[in-house]
Design a binder for this molecule. Structure first.
Ligand SMILES: [Zn+2]
Ligand SMILES: [Zn+2]
Length: 551
């Protein structure tokens, strides 16, 4: 590796994922400040929450800082195929148009996304445990374990030092699908000298270890053995090891498996295409499954997070074309509750209970392990890589702060809690935030990307809370009222409507055509009168629009 030039710096710039679990987007820059070359690690989404951003399905990072210098962006490297790491590629990659690198399983899923979006780009596939040189960066893929095939940590070597970017990980000695964590490579990195470890913080508040997939396999096999009727199991489709676990637990209990939900088919196809799931039991169509005796069926369903369009929600609504569950049947939720989905999952549990279905979940049975490192595992990572600097990412503010405390307690000399948009110099000199660049969120609203703060969420929340009033009034050429007011209301209770209409008489009576020829003052006084009347009658102020038409 070349020696650094006099003005070279190595910087880290998170644009997403530092402050939230989701929309991971991390950039590393190398070179003199006026001519840095960048690599991007991951390009993910955050799922919209109906209450705070109604009508928004996906949220992603604002990457205009890099888009404006896209000729300097050498590549996007995807650590693994979870949506919070690759989900924004179809929307943000067109702003960068740089090469995308990923290991085979991840590359297949990225390719599917680009194709679905009608984009012509294709990811470049890199082999597991291989190396890649991009300008001043030499990148080594290190196999690690998580909750999806082919998670990778990245060793990013530069003339000013090496970064260990862990990606999402845990230590699973028996992951059931794919390689075990390449501990030797991580230790070797530690011996070689690590400047900074940039690390997953999801479970930084959880003591102990996350546990092994092998233990879930034992427990699920035993649990399914106690069930006498139809069984449905729901899990994240991307957790291929879990799908394998569930299918084998079914087989061990004399049950045949039917996949229910598009994502289940998509992921198992991608896994097979890249050499996984070799010993996966033969599947049966959901139509044929209905013909089997109830104790011979296991449905493997999408919808563990209560997603309204997913298979399980439709089954719970008795609205699925081929699958129906009822008294004596059981549904196992082999998954965790993602914060924000609690209410939807709760409702789903209740709907299933009303059908007479027994609901079994991680609350009452050992049916799930997390894919992220708990505190014991984080400690191991610091013992292996022994960095000068710890940078916690992939977490909400509290996770990041607690992770930084843990790293310091493990004798890491410096821990920096980043925020999206913080430009952090890692070398030379003492590491620290040297600048803030434009950052934030963009929303996918229908098919349109909009900036956060464009006001749409606020006005939609306002409409949902108190409805809308639209008032039209017509003035003649001399400013005299010639027609109206016509009032249209939406989402406002009947008795309040009358009060609003009555309140408009007064401003019209007081309108002075000579002083207010174009009706500017009248417009404002009508708006205020309508809102005041609604507030007095109802305690709410609807969004109110007044149009003055001059003839
Ligand atoms: Zn992940
Ligand atoms: Zn993640």
């Amino acid at each position: 590796m070349n020696a650094p030039e006099p003005y070279d710096e190595l910087v880290f710039l998170p644009l997403g994922g530092s402050g939230e679990i989701g929309m991971n987007f991390n950039a590393y820059g190398y070179g003199p400040p006026e001519d840095r070359k960048w690599i991007v690690v991951d390009c993910g989404v955050l799922f919209g929450r109906e209450t705070s951003s109604p009508g928004v399905d996906l949220i992603m990072p604002d990457i205009r800082f890099l888009a404006e210098q896209r000729e300097n962006v050498l590549a996007i490297i995807a650590t693994h195929a979870h949506e919070d790491h690759i989900g924004a590629i179809p929307y943000l990659w067109p702003m960068l148009k740089c090469p995308i690198y990923a290991t085979p399983f991840t590359a297949v899923l990225i390719e599917g996304k680009l194709e679905e979006a009608g984009l012509r780009g294709r990811p470049k596939t890199v082999a597991l445990s291989s190396k890649l040189t991009l300008g001043p960066f030499e990148i080594e893929f290190i196999s690690i374990t998580h909750s999806i095939p082919e998670p990778n940590a990245l060793a990013i070597r530069t003339p000013l030092g090496t970064v260990c970017h862990t990606g999402d990980w845990k230590i699973d000695p028996e992951p059931m699908v794919g390689k075990v964590t390449d501990i030797a490579a991580l230790k070797r990195l530690g011996e070689e000298g690590v400047l900074a470890t940039v690390c997953d913080s999801t479970n930084a508040l959880v003591p102990g270890e996350s546990g092994s997939e092998a233990k879930v396999r034992e427990a699920l096999t035993a649990l399914i053995g106690t069930l006498k009727h139809r069984v449905a199991v729901t899990s994240f489709a991307s957790n291929v090891a879990r799908l394998d676990t569930i299918a084998k637990a079914a087989k061990a209990n004399g049950r045949q498996v039917a996949l229910v939900g598009r994502a289940m088919h998509k992921i198992t196809d991608a896994a097979r295409q890249t050499g996984y799931l070799k010993g996966f039991p033969a599947l049966i169509d959901e139509e044929d499954a209905a013909q089997l005796s109830p104790n011979r069926i296991l449905y493997l369903c999408t919808g563990s997070q209560g997603e309204p369009r997913a298979a399980l929600a439709r089954i719970a609504d008795n609205n699925h074309p081929n699958v129906s569950l009822g008294k004596g049947d059981a549904v196992i939720f082999s998954s965790r509750v993602i914060p924000g989905n609690d209410i939807a999952i709760h409702e789903l549990h209740n709907k299933l209970s009303l059908l007479g279905v027994e609901v079994l979940s991680a609350d009452d049975h050992f049916v799930h392990v997390s894919g992220h490192p708990c505190r014991e595992e984080l400690s191991e990572m610091y013992r292996w890589t022994r960095p000068q600097i710890a940078i916690p990412v992939h977490g909400e503010p509290r996770h990041l702060a607690e992770h930084a405390r843990l790293a310091r307690s493990l004798q890491v000399p410096q821990a920096i809690v980043p925020e999206n948009g913080h430009l952090i110099r890692l070398a030379p000199g003492r590491a620290g935030v040297i600048d803030e660049v434009p950052a934030g969120r963009v929303y996918l609203d229908g098919r349109v990307l909009i900036e956060e703060g464009a006001g749409l969420s606020k006005s939609r929340r306002g409409m949902a809370f108190a409805g809308v009033i639209a008032i039209t009034i017509v003035l003649d050429g001399k400013g005299r009222v010639a027609g109206g007011p016509s009032v249209i209301v939406e989402g406002i209770p009947e008795p309040v409507r009358g009060a609003i209409a009555d309140a408009l008489d007064e401003p019209i009576r007081r309108h002075n055509p000579k002083r207010d020829l174009d009706g500017y003052e009248l417009k404002e006084s009508l708006r205020r009168a309508a809102r005041r009347a609604a507030d007095a009658a109802w305690g709410k102020k609807p969004i109110t629009k007044v149009e003055v038409i001059q003839i």
